[in-house]
Write a protein that binds this ligand. Structure first.
Ligand SMILES: Nc1ncnc2c1ncn2[C@@H]1O[C@H](COP(=O)(O)OP(=O)(O)OP(=O)(O)O)[C@@H](O)[C@H]1O
Ligand SMILES: [Mg+2]
Length: 342
């Protein structure tokens, strides 16, 4: 694990908030380190400052954890979660690949990756059988983070895949043939349950479902869970829903806490204790081709994704140690999130 990115320690400062500018100024007056010259250096430093540096580094998984970020409902925070969790895990020292499996290419945009029509993309991997290594590019500013971009071509792939051999497992094959060492692969799915999402479900072992804290939050989830069961039964016995993440949580509303209670009652241990607050900073970051981790490292949105990443890493290690799924994890949050603030 890279020591310069060890930001996994106890989080001593409990008051994150919209204070990036002042934090940035403060940091620039401090003794410069070699990393100060790069955006990621500044971002990591700000996050380290905010969270505190002591404590154990996060455990790295023994095998690559392939996590499918799925929910066929649109706009619930799949892409936002994929890119910000991926950046958080990378900042925690992991090597992470984001696979953009949505023709909208939002994850590619948010990571600052060019994805115009001619760019080698995940379409070429799925439909043209190109090796994944031909399309993976490093994400600027975030060491250890990589992206397989999606172009608009992918819109046709749902149809084109139908007539291809092993149409459901083309992504799985490509990932298995990819030789670069990775700790995590996060797959950003489109808001549908078609062949693209099925390819992701066949390729992954874990499903991460972001749930927006709003009315009708659970509606439609039954269909996703049935598809997970179907894929597990027929194509991928390892597949399970490992993680539920509450997104766009607004602590000022009763509705948000009611939905959160309902989701926790329904799913129990799979729900992360950390929820992601509704945050203007989170929604602004993609228009600068950045994650919130580099856009505003000290914001509550950034800290909540760092915390969620930490929780995911610790849960994974606990499950691997126990060799079981659905285990109760003694996770103590080290940082109380300011809910409903930006
Ligand atoms: N925590 C948050 N606070 C504020 N805005 C958010 C938050 N999370 C996501 N958003 C915004 O909500 C919108 C939908 O988020 P996002 O694109 O991540 O959802 P999605 O599930 O990937 O959507 P789609 O189904 O279209 O792929 C975006 O404009 C995003 O910036
Ligand atoms: Mg999306």
């Amino acid at each position: 694990m890279r020591s310069d990115a060890n930001i996994a320690g106890p989080m001593t400062d409990p008051v994150p908030g919209p204070r990036s500018e002042s934090l940035g100024d403060d940091v620039s007056r401090e003794t410069p380190s070699p990393m100060d010259d790069t955006p990621i250096g500044r971002a990591a430093q700000l996050a380290v400052q905010t969270l505190g540096r002591t404590g154990e580094p996060l455990p790295r998984p023994e095998q690559t954890r392939v996590m499918v970020v799925a929910n066929q409902k649109g706009g619930v925070g799949k892409t936002t979660t994929t890119v910000n969790l991926a950046a958080s895990l990378a900042l925690h020292g992991a090597r992470v690949l984001v696979i953009d499996l949505d023709p909208q290419g939002n994850a590619s945009t948010a990571l600052g990756i060019d994805h115009h029509a001619e760019v080698p993309s995940i379409y070429d991997v799925l439909v043209e059988s190109k090796p994944l290594s031909d399309v993976v590019v490093p994400v600027p500013d975030v060491e250890g983070l990589f992206c397989a971009p999606a172009t608009i071509d992918l819109a046709g792939a749902e149809i084109e895949l139908v007539s291809l051999v092993a149409r459901e497992s083309r992504l799985d094959r490509a990932i298995k043939a990819y030789e670069q060492p990775l700790d995590y692969i996060l797959i950003d799915c489109p808001p549908s349950l078609g062949l693209l999402t099925v390819n992701a479900l066949v390729a992954g072992a874990e499903v991460l479902i972001p749930i927006q804290c709003e009315y009708y939050a659970l509606e439609g989830l039954g269909q996703l869970l049935r598809n997970v069961d179907l894929v597990r039964g027929h194509l991928n016995p390892k597949l399970h829903v490992s993680t539920i993440l509450l997104t766009m949580y607004d602590g000022r509303t009763r509705l948000a806490s009611q939905v959160a209670d309902e989701v926790r009652n329904h799913f129990g241990n799979e729900v992360l204790r950390t929820s992601i607050p509704r945050s203007v900073r989170i929604s602004e970051a993609p228009s600068y081709g950045q994650t919130v981790l580099t856009y505003d490292p000290g914001s509550s949105g950034s800290l909540s994704y760092l915390e969620a990443a930490r929780e995911i890493a610790l849960r994974g290690a606990a499950r691997a140690g126990a060799g079981t799924q659905g285990l109760t994890v003694n996770y103590e949050p080290q940082h109380s999130m300011p809910e409903g603030k930006q």
